[in-house]
Design a binder for this molecule. Structure first.
Ligand code: NDP
Ligand code: GDR
Length: 322
């Protein structure tokens, strides 16, 4: 039986990955913050009854010694590093903590694996934000990186670490360059879930306005369970490599809103207001991924189109209220 260690198991992707690995017969271990174990009914809620089948380990990404001890104890065959400060922040105040969690955390994990379990296969969750301000769309694995946020910088620096540990020390280490992916388990601060949750409240007469930032912003949105499947496939291949995972299609925030409200029989124009607090400048060239490499080499395929993802999220949020 293969043993997997997942960091970020309480998050959107971690919960789907745990589900996938348990279904494949893995012995699944999760690194979680101590506070999450102490408040499991809330913090581990995305895992539902699966919690019973997972071994949780309290550890802090910021603490090298605790990570080393955990790796040496669990001795995983595969380590999926999904934990991160995942909201794209442009705030100066948050820079230091984002770098520590996202970059140093990845370094501590890689260094611990190299010492304690050098044969362990390692996945790192990189991001389209590593490309940042780009010259051309779509982007692929050869597109130059030009990050524009501390989050993007932290992910890119970690990606360079991953490549170095692969090339210098022979670790089976891969980065998935992941574009936005959504689901009913998405956190409420991200625009998609913010929209579907509020649309459901408006439908139920519990609210009458949805405040958003830039409606013209374009994103390449996919379906989280599909991306988790691609992540798993990366670690099953003969050779370690980096892959873009993306839908290859851009939609605007406005299209997402329209789709969500229309699904509920509502006209979004009656409810949506632009609030400068949520405004971010749109990219001149939008982030849109070219996933040809993972499609061709690993046979990965997305299963759910944009409209179906939106509908699933809206239906879920409505069901939570009814
Ligand atoms: P979530 O925000 O849903 O989950 C993040 C996870 O990281 C949570 O389990 C959280 O734990 C954990 N975490 C955060 N900080 C720490 C810390 N200091 N120590 C230990 N654990 C911590 O993210 P997603 O599941 O959506 O994304 C997974 C990964 O993929 C992230 O690295 C993200 O940056 C990356 N990614 C995601 C994309 C997306 O569209 N979803 C696209 C591109 C990249 P807790 O529950 O305790 O807060
Ligand atoms: P993103 O996701 O920053 O792409 O990061 P988010 O959902 O926050 O923003 C998507 C786009 O929507 C626009 N937008 C708003 N965003 C939020 N959060 N709230 C609003 O009210 C709003 N109005 C408009 C934003 O400007 C942006 O263009 C996600 C995360 O999962 C990262 O971890 C991951 O690396 C990237 O996707 C790829």
């Amino acid at each position: 039986m293969k043993r997997a260690l997942i960091t970020g198991i309480s998050g959107q992707d971690g919960s789907y990955l745990a589900e996938l690995l348990l279904a494949k017969g893995y012995d699944v271990h999760g690194l979680v913050r101590r506070a999450s174990i102490e408040d499991a009914s809330r913090q581990l809620a995305k895992l539902g009854p699966l919690q019973e089948q997972i071994t949780f380990h309290p550890a802090a990404l910021e603490n090298e010694l605790s990570l080393y001890k955990l790796i040496a104890k669990v001795k995983p065959d595969e380590c999926y590093h999904l934990a991160a400060s995942s909201f794209v922040s442009y705030s100066f105040e948050e820079e230091s903590s984002i770098l520590t969690t996202n970059f140093s955390g990845t370094h501590f994990l890689l260094a611990s694996l190299k010492e304690a379990v050098p044969d362990c296969r390692f996945f790192f969750a990189g991001s389209s934000e590593m490309f940042g301000t780009v010259d051309a769309a779509p982007q692929n694995e050869a597109t130059p990186f030009n990050p524009r946020s501390i989050y993007g910088i932290s992910k890119l620096a970690s990606h360079h670490l991953v490549r170095n540990y692969r090339n210098q020390y022979g670790l089976f280490a891969c980065t998935g360059i992941l574009y936005n992916h959504e689901s009913p388990r998405r956190d409420f601060k991200f625009v998609t879930r913010k929209i579907t949750a509020q649309a459901a409240r408006i439908k139920m007469g519990l609210d009458d306005t949805l405040y958003l930032g830039n409606l013209d912003a374009l994103r390449d949105w996919g379906y989280a369970p599909d991306y988790v499947q691609g992540i798993w496939q990366m670690l099953q291949h003969d050779v370690p490599d980096d892959y873009v995972i993306a839908s290859g299609v851009n939609h605007s925030v406005q299209e997402f809103v329209n789709c969500a409200f229309s699904h509920l029989g509502l006209d979004y124009r009656a409810y949506v207001k632009v609030d400068p607090r949520f405004y971010r400048p749109a990219e001149e060239v939008p982030l849109r991924g070219d996933a040809s490499k993972i499609r061709q080499i690993l046979g990965w395929q997305p299963t759910k189109p944009f409209e179906a993802i939106v509908a699933e999220m809206v239906d879920h949020d409505l069901s939570l209220l009814t």
